[in-house]
Design a protein around this ligand. Structure first.
Ligand SMILES: [Zn+2]
Length: 307
C-alpha cells in the first residue's frame, strides 16, 4: 500500500504501480481506506499531522468523497451522481479520492453503473471500495479492482469472524441466544483490547518521553497529561468495541439479505425482513450508546430459529 501511495506521489501519470480502483476487505478496511486516502491527499505521503491528513481522517477533506450508507442497498441513482462528482478535478490535492463503504450493498444495476467509472477513472481519481470480503461484490467489479485484504488482529482472526457470523443462524432457543450474544460481545471486546493495548503502550511511551521522564519521576504537568491521555485511550477502546460490533452486525445483515434473495415464500421473506430490521435496530441502539451485551441479547433472541 505504501509503495502505491509513494508511486502516486511521485508521478501519477507515468506510474505503473498506481492502481486507480481498489477493493479493501477484511477487518479495519474502512480505517485503512481513510489512511490510504490520507497518503494520497497529503503532501507528505500521509504524515498524519497536517491539515490534509486530519481532514481526511475526519472525512471532511474537499477532495475526498466518503460515502457511508445506512440503507440496505446502494441504488443506481446514488451511483450515477457519485460517478459524476468523482470525475471533478481535485481542488487542492493531486487526487480526488472516493471511498465507497459497504460496496457489498450495491444493487446489481448500481454496480454496473460503476463499472466504467472504475475501469477508466481518469488519472486524478482513485476509487476505494470497501466490503467484508471480495466475494461480496459482483465478479465484474472484482475483476476491475485491486483487492487488498486486511487481516484481523490476532484475537479476532478471520476464522473467528466467520465463526461469529454463523452464530445467529445456529440459535435454537433463548439460552442459545444469550450464549451467542455473550460470545460476540466477548470477541469484539478482546479484539478491540488487543489493538488498543498496542496503541496505548506506544502512546504512553512517547508521551513520557516528551515530558522528559527520568527514571520513574514525571513532572506534575507530565502526570496530568498522561492521565488525560489514559482517559482518551479508555474512551477510544469503548468506541472500538462499538465499531467492531457495528461491523459484525452489518455483516450479519448482509447474510440475511443474501438469504432473502434465495427465499421462496412470502412468509419466509417477511420473517427474514423482520430479522434484518432487528439487526438494524440493534445498530441504532448501539450508536446511541446502549449497553452492548443487553442489546445483543435482545437481538439474538429475535434472531433465533423458528421466530
Ligand atoms: Zn499529512
Amino acid at each position: 500500500m505504501k509503495g502505491a501511495a509513494k508511486a502516486a506521489a511521485n508521478d501519477a501519470s507515468e506510474s505503473q504501480e498506481m492502481t486507480h480502483a481498489w477493493l479493501f476487505t477484511g477487518f479495519g478496511r474502512e480505517e485503512a481506506a481513510l489512511a490510504f486516502a490520507a497518503s494520497l491527499l497529503c503532501r507528505d505521503v500521509g504524515c498524519g499531522a497536517c491539515a490534509d491528513c486530519t481532514t481526511v481522517l475526519a472525512g471532511s477533506h474537499g477532495d475526498l468523497e466518503l460515502i457511508k450508507t445506512d440503507g440496505l442497498s446502494i441504488k443506481i441513482d446514488d451511483v450515477r451522481e457519485l460517478v459524476q462528482r468523482a470525475s471533478w478535478s481535485p481542488s487542492t490535492a493531486n487526487y480526488r479520492v472516493v471511498i465507497l463503504e459497504s460496496a457489498e450493498r450495491l444493487t446489481d444495476s448500481a454496480a454496473n453503473a460503476l463499472l466504467k467509472a472504475i475501469e477508466e477513472p481518469g488519472l486524478r481519481t482513485v476509487w476505494i471500495l470497501c466490503a467484508p470480503s471480495d466475494v461480496d461484490v459482483i465478479g465484474t467489479i472484482r475483476s476491475r479492482v485491486r483487492v487488498l485484504a486486511f487481516v484481523a488482529p490476532a484475537s479476532l482472526s478471520v476464522t473467528t469472524s466467520a465463526e461469529i457470523l454463523k452464530l445467529p443462524f445456529e440459535i435454537k432457543d433463548v439460552a442459545g441466544a444469550f450464549a451467542a450474544a455473550a460470545k460476540i460481545v466477548e470477541l469484539a471486546k478482546s479484539g478491540a483490547e488487543a489493538v488498543a493495548e498496542e496503541l496505548n503502550d506506544e502512546e504512553i511511551r512517547k508521551a513520557k518521553e516528551a515530558w522528559g521522564q527520568q527514571g520513574s519521576k514525571l513532572t506534575a504537568g507530565g502526570s496530568k497529561a498522561i492521565k488525560e491521555l489514559e482517559k482518551g485511550q479508555k474512551s477510544r477502546q469503548t468506541r472500538m468495541v462499538h465499531d467492531t460490533l457495528d461491523t459484525i452486525l452489518l455483516d450479519i445483515a448482509v447474510k440475511y439479505r443474501d438469504q432473502l434473495v434465495g427465499a421462496g415464500s412470502d412468509a419466509e421473506k417477511t420473517k427474514i425482513i423482520a430479522k434484518i430490521d432487528a439487526v438494524m435496530d440493534a445498530r441504532a441502539r448501539l450508536a446511541r450508546n446502549a449497553a452492548p451485551l443487553l442489546t445483543l441479547e435482545a437481538l439474538m433472541v429475535s434472531l433465533r430459529a423458528g421466530v
